[in-house]
Design a protein around this ligand. Sequence first.
Ligand SMILES: Cc1cc2nc3c(=O)[nH]c(=O)nc-3n(C[C@H](O)[C@H](O)[C@H](O)COP(=O)(O)OP(=O)(O)OC[C@H]3O[C@@H](n4cnc5c(N)ncnc54)[C@H](O)[C@@H]3O)c2cc1C
Length: 661
Amino acid sequence: MGVDDVERGILERKRLTVRELQIDGDPGVGGILARQLERGLRKIDPGRDGAALREAHEISANPAADLEERLSPIAVEIHQPGKVTKLVEPVQVELVEELLRPRSMASHLEVMDPLVPVSLDSFQEGAQGAYYSIFVKRDIGALASREFDLVIVGAGVYGAAIAWDASLRGLTVALVERNDFGSGTSFNNLKTIHGGVRYLQHGDLKRIRESVRERRNLMRVAPHLVHPLPFLVPTYEGSLGRSRAALRLGLFVNDLLSWDRNRDARADKHLPPGRALSREECLKLAPDLDPSGLTGGALWYDAQMYNSDRLTLSFVLSAARQGAVAANFVQAEGFVRRGDRIQGIVAKDSLAGTRGLEIRGRMVVNASGPSVDRLLEKVGGGKRKPLFHSSKAMNLVTRPLVENVALGLTRGGPLLVIAPWRHVSLVGTLHLPYDGDPDAPDVLDTKEEDVQRLIDGVNRAYPKAELVRTDVRLVHRGLLPAVSNGRELTLVKSYKIDETLDGLLSVVGVKYTTARDVAEKTVDRVMARIGKPNVPSRSARTPLVGGDFESFADLVRSVETPHLAFNYGTLIREVLAISDPTPLSDTTPVSGAEVRYAVREEMALDLSSVVLRRTELGSAGHPGRTALERASAVMGEELRWSEEKKRSELEAVEEFYRARS
Ligand SMILES: Cc1cc2nc3c(=O)[nH]c(=O)nc-3n(C[C@H](O)[C@H](O)[C@H](O)COP(=O)(O)OP(=O)(O)OC[C@H]3O[C@@H](n4cnc5c(N)ncnc54)[C@H](O)[C@@H]3O)c2cc1C
């Protein structure tokens, strides 16, 4: 097989077998995570802790059986039988062997992350015995090792989606994020994938069509993470412009404009047409609606993300499995320049504390969200017109207020959405002017008067909620692009791709829903700029990692706790291969295996990332001290944290909840 065949096989996740590899054990050394590669050697290093072999020897067509034979005396547990690195390209591959590994091995061996440099002639296509999946590791060396086609700054949903779209089209991609993936604005959204019904009042057909398309695309590529959700807007006597007749007309036009909303959709993603409801039907659907003056309502269907953080992460993971090099806690601090042309970024590795890391790229995309102009300042060359005029936006995560249907309420104020989400409710969004520094340390601090404004708004529009401050479990805050004339704030409705600099594009998105679409358009421009033939985008149709299944109902049925199917899709197989199924506490289904998986396979480096984004443990509010302590202990085992480190990680998470709830 040639390089291309092997690479294609790996990328397409084909079955490939490694033949006749030498294993070189090192049983005496105690470090658990021996991840170093012995590059250049045709050897397997089965990991220092789990290493069982006293001498080099061979494994052949069925490595699992061979390993069992060689390693069975060692009483440790196997959860990752092997990892393979192809020498020719720094593509790292995980060898799962789940089907053929004898059961007995699962309880007898531990081979922690053996990284296996192999030569091409070791691969054999079509044979039984090994299944490879590319995994994500934070590899700073790989970032600095070559010139990429594209370097992306910022892994919110926009940067992540650009990385995925570009990798799928064959570009070499580096993606860096100064904090954790998806921890900026993208963490703070209301979880709605809007079909654009709100653009009806402005007659903005282009936005409506864009949103309908992207809602359909996201449900297609991440069917485990994005699900239909009905929305009800009740009408009350005297609500001008929102009479039943007006809403009925709105629904009709919306259905016309979204005529293809179910094209190619699987059955569980079908969105029925909108419907005008009588007063009685409204009360049946939402019994806690204020009945006085209620005349009826409008019902339509949109979509909601079960876990937006895992959706953002899925773009990163998918890009990485396609060959992109992604790293969190790497901050762009400047640019590599030749004359006026930008040829990469100069970055800081915040974990190692090292500066001056040059990541070279034929194009750079600045997807740093609200910080887009701050990064552009590093280009120099005088003052520029800002791309991002900030406003603040806020949601609340509260105790459950509604069931099965989201409400859009407009009584006595701007539109307020109350949506059911997992076992809580989401309430929002409050928009406020802000023209300060987007990177100011206190920019997202919770202001009590703002929280109270939202609580008052809920109680005015939905009195039976009787919402009080202690019902608030989490406050989402973020910056959105908006223009203000001093009295009124108008949210910017359209994305921007700024192309004024040589070698650098800057992208400003306006909503989560359309990130993939903007990514596609951005990559079109990148391809043109670097003179590549424009391979058409495939990200609208290619399932994200975990999204490659036929029936979600079957997937849910295949697991004991449904939350696994909702969060991981088909990745549940990989999570379940880790034997630590016990929930972290009796108030959550999230298990130790999920924490371990986040560390091993999803580049989770601190406790907050695991609690707030990799798992669903804490994104709906504080999960309880027991669960946090257990998560910290499990992470500590994985990463060899000292007692003091575990305490400081716990404290950082507690501090997050103090500031945000
Ligand atoms: C309260 C609220 C509710 C919302 N609700 C919805 C909704 O229901 N539906 C919807 O579609 N949209 C919603 N949105 C909008 C949506 O969340 C945003 O449009 C989207 O998340 C923006 O993503 P982004 O990638 O551009 O920005 P971000 O998510 O902010 O990502 C930018 C990233 O760049 C990183 N970064 C910055 N500077 C650097 C640097 N120098 N080096 C490295 N990395 C850097 C940041 O750390 C950050 O992670 C909502 C927004 C808010 C605030």
